[in-house]
Design a protein around this ligand. Structure first.
Ligand SMILES: *Cc1c(COP(=O)(O)O)cnc(C)c1O
Length: 361
């Protein structure tokens, strides 16, 4: 066992991908593997997702997409956010589909493609209200006009509030998306359409169109309060490095924020904020150790935390589960997120750290 370890359950991942693909039976499924698959490891996750029924992959940068190609993955891959100095030519040469939000971006792609033998495959992105990338509706007809001499694979967009069921912006974005699609049709294109992230996949079958783009849900974390059988893929665990008895009245960790009310046994765990345990969890977190949830006492340090084990006998080397699916009583990534004022996306993605070994089951 490693000092600290993110254990990735690829069986759970395959289960989630198959479940989600089954919920969108008329659409293809693009498994989103950006940010090293939300901290789960892009290449193993991509391969498992393709085995389970995904037929596309989504990456953020050109470099992330190229990494998938270098691992021998041939499925269609979309990369949607690169800076002009990135190696777009390498992405196009590697048969990576690229997103286009503006005439400028189209020019950069055309110049990059000219350095290769490949035709660029374009997904034209319309900004329907998120105001990140994507083309504003007023500039859209000109972009479509300029792009149509190329291979336009899709018209696509991204939702701002899909996780707030019934939010009025969803229908507004859907309407703008439809308008943009029709401009493309009127200019003689026959593109695919895609707009649905996990939340829209789960709650808005009318927005599945030709392709759905689930990210967080394939990792078993449900962004909407609906009861579907998603299984969390990541377990974060460590082990007990040292145990000791301290007498009542002794304090624990920097700032001495916790003082033992009675004689007690402490277990030292070599995982701290450098390993992905938020310092903001100081005084508020628990771990599963020896079959029981126990409080972490005192402050979370850079390299370690201290667990109060009372009078229980704890073995050095015993497994400590920091978060996991919750099925054995351990905390979940959602619990950490709720306690620290963030979302579970950030918790699991934050586990992409050199100190934390990743293992696959
Ligand atoms: C991250 C992302 C997704 C996946 O979103 P989830 O909420 O994780 O399902 C889909 N499409 C784009 C463009 C994204 O950036």
């Amino acid at each position: 066992m490693a000092r600290s370890e993110a254990v990735i359950d690829l069986g759970a991942l395959r289960h989630n991908v198959a479940l989600l693909a089954g919920m969108a039976p008329r659409a293809a499924t693009m498994a989103i593997v950006k940010a090293d698959a939300y901290g789960h490891g892009a290449v193993p996750v991509a391969k498992a997702a393709l085995e389970a029924g995904a037929t596309w992959l989504g990456a953020c940068s050109a470099a992330e997409a190229i990494k998938l190609r270098e691992a021998g993955i041939n499925a269609p891959v979309l990369a949607w956010l690169s800076t002009p100095d990135e190696d777009i030519a390498a992405a196009i040469a590697a048969d990576v589909d690229v997103s286009v939000s503006s005439l400028n971006e189209l020019r950069v792609i055309e110049e990059a493609a000219a350095l290769t033998d490949s035709r660029p495959r374009l997904h034209l992105k319309i900004d329907t209200g998120l105001s990140r990338n994507g083309c504003q509706p007023k500039d859209w007809p000109a972009l479509v006009e300029a792009a149509k001499r190329h291979d336009v694979v899709a018209v696509w967009s991204h939702l701002a509030c899909a996780d707030e069921i019934g939010h009025p912006s969803i229908d507004l974005q859907a309407k703008r998306f439809d308008d943009a699609y029709h401009v493309a049709i009127e200019q003689g294109l026959k593109p695919m359409r895609h707009i649905a992230n996990s939340a829209a996949l789960i709650t808005r079958p009318d927005l599945h169109f030709d392709l759905v783009r689930p990210g967080i849900a394939i990792y078993g974390l449900n962004p909407v309060p609906t009861d579907i059988d998603l299984r969390p893929v990541m377990t974060f665990r460590s082990q007990v490095a040292l145990t000791k008895r301290i007498p009542a009245g002794e304090s624990v960790s920097y700032g001495m924020t916790w003082t033992a009310p009675n004689d007690t046994t402490l277990a030292l765990v070599p995982a701290g904020y450098a390993d992905g345990v938020p310092r903001a969890l100081s005084g508020r977190m628990e771990v599963l150790l020896g079959g029981k949830r126990r409080p972490v006492v005192g402050r979370v340090c850079m390299d370690q935390i201290v667990v109060d084990c009372g009078d229980d006998e704890i073995r050095e080397g015993a497994e400590v589960i920091l978060f996991g699916p919750g099925t054995k009583g351990e905390p979940t990534a959602r619990e950490w997120a709720d306690l620290t004022g963030t979302i579970d996306y950030e918790i699991v993605t934050g586990m992409y750290r050199p100190r934390v070994r990743r293992t696959y089951t």
